[in-house]
Design a protein around this ligand. Structure first.
Ligand SMILES: Cc1cc2nc3c(=O)[nH]c(=O)nc-3n(C[C@H](O)[C@H](O)[C@H](O)COP(=O)(O)OP(=O)(O)OC[C@H]3O[C@@H](n4cnc5c(N)ncnc54)[C@H](O)[C@@H]3O)c2cc1C
Length: 356
């Protein structure tokens, strides 16, 4: 499966020479979906009688929290990666979230705050919790997550029903995950406790943030007012569709001039993934995982179908923030009231024969 290929556009291009035409693909009844991605060589694929449209080492289903992390990691390890998401933009629930990231186990942000440091010059204020509350290691994290003897009011018992091996793996990987996020353009405010009490003994939560500035520049860690949205009017932006007040001021978590939210995590990870050559296929719902046998054997690929989303009322197709941003610079189409490009709603036939 981990066959190495060149990165870039070539790896996901339509493999015309190996497959019959898309019309034949649909006529054959081999698959009713619109696109398919394959994880193995064409020999296996043709054995299934399926014409594969794309070929990559790793297909990730969902461009949300787990999907973006997984995609970047696979790409870092040298795989060609395609992320398929049924939504019109990346981020999943993560982009609507508060951006509270509880990791710990002695992670780099705990260490930074324990030292009272501000190595990146974010203009952070003094740490919010005493150094002793930031002394942590993976064993303590594992114990906190699994110790049934903790019955205090803030204990979140349901965590403790989880699989022990998963807890162990999570605890061992928590500091690495924080490091991974830091290396992929994510910035954090001061540690300010742990998820809603959590029944744990150390402070492990820090909020993902971006700094308000004239323009959005992920590498510089900055966010424009337009991309933040307008908290006064409770107006969100395409860049920041978070559920709560758009872009919450981070002064209360030690970072004056910054704002926090799930979009700060999601957009930074998206940026990094694209920068590294991860490919995205949005508006595509994963319908089926195709294996060697019906329910057994190696995974050969997936089948996905086109699932565009439209704005109720106007019928305008909802575009990813990135597409919209591009379109704005030379947009030949009239805008709808909501600022969307107006697209003709595709007919059923054109959806089914759409080339990805
Ligand atoms: C309002 C809100 C606030 C939250 N705040 C926090 C917080 O502050 N801190 C915290 O730790 N957690 C928070 N959470 C929880 C956190 O967002 C989720 O636990 C996390 O996003 C789950 O990650 P995930 O990858 O499993 O799912 P998601 O992030 O939702 O990503 C799943 C993705 O998969 C796509 N998808 C699903 N099925 C298919 C398919 N068949 N084909 C193609 N694509 C598919 C979806 O469109 C989506 O993009 C919050 C959640 C919400 C809703």
């Amino acid at each position: 499966m981990a066959k190495k290929r060149d990165s870039g556009r070539k790896e996901t291009r339509l493999q015309k020479e190996k497959s019959f035409s898309r019309r034949d693909f649909f006529k054959s009844g081999a698959a009713a979906g619109v696109s398919a991605a394959v994880l193995v060589g064409p020999g296996k694929a043709s054995a299934q009688g399926i014409a594969w449209n794309y070929e990559v080492d790793v297909v990730v289903c969902g461009a949300g929290c787990t999907g973006l992390h997984a995609a970047i990691r696979a790409r870092d390890l040298g795989a060609s990666v395609l992320v398929v998401d049924s939504n019109f933009d990346v981020g999943g629930k993560m982009i609507h979230s508060g951006g509270f990231v509880s990791l710990g186990g002695g992670d780099a942000i705990q260490a930074r705050d324990r030292a009272g440091a501000d190595p990146d010059g974010f203009g952070l204020t003094a740490p919010l919790v005493p150094p002793a509350d930031l002394e942590d290691d993976p064993d303590l994290l594992f114990k906190d997550m699994t110790d049934w003897s903790v019955v205090d009011a803030s204990g979140v018992g349901r965590y403790r029903y989880n699989d022990r091996q998963l807890h162990r793996a999570w605890a061992d990987n928590a500091p690495l995950t924080r490091q991974f996020q830091l290396e992929n353009h994510v910035r954090f405010a001061r540690v300010d406790g742990t998820h809603f009490g959590g029944g744990v003994s150390r402070a492990r939560m820090a909020k993902a943030m971006l700094k308000l500035a004239a323009k959005t520049d992920i590498k510089a860690g900055t966010l424009s007012a337009e991309d933040r949205g307008d908290p006064e009017k409770e107006r969100h932006s395409r860049f920041n569709p978070m559920r709560q007040t758009p872009g919450i001021p981070a002064a209360s978590v030690g970072a004056p001039g910054w704002v926090y939210g799930g979009f700060c995590l999601a957009r930074c990870l998206e940026f990094s993934a694209r920068e590294k050559g991860v490919r995205f296929m949005l508006n595509r719902h994963l319908d089926e995982i195709i294996r060697e046998g019906q329910l057994t054997g190696r995974v050969l690929g997936i089948k996905a179908s086109y699932t565009p989303r439209f704005e109720p009322g106007t019928g305008a197709q909802l575009l990813a923030e990135r597409q919209h941003r591009r379109a704005r610079s030379h947009d030949p189409y009239p805008r709808t009231q909501g600022g969307h490009r107006r697209h003709r709603r595709p007919s059923e036939q054109s959806l089914r024969s759409h080339h990805v």
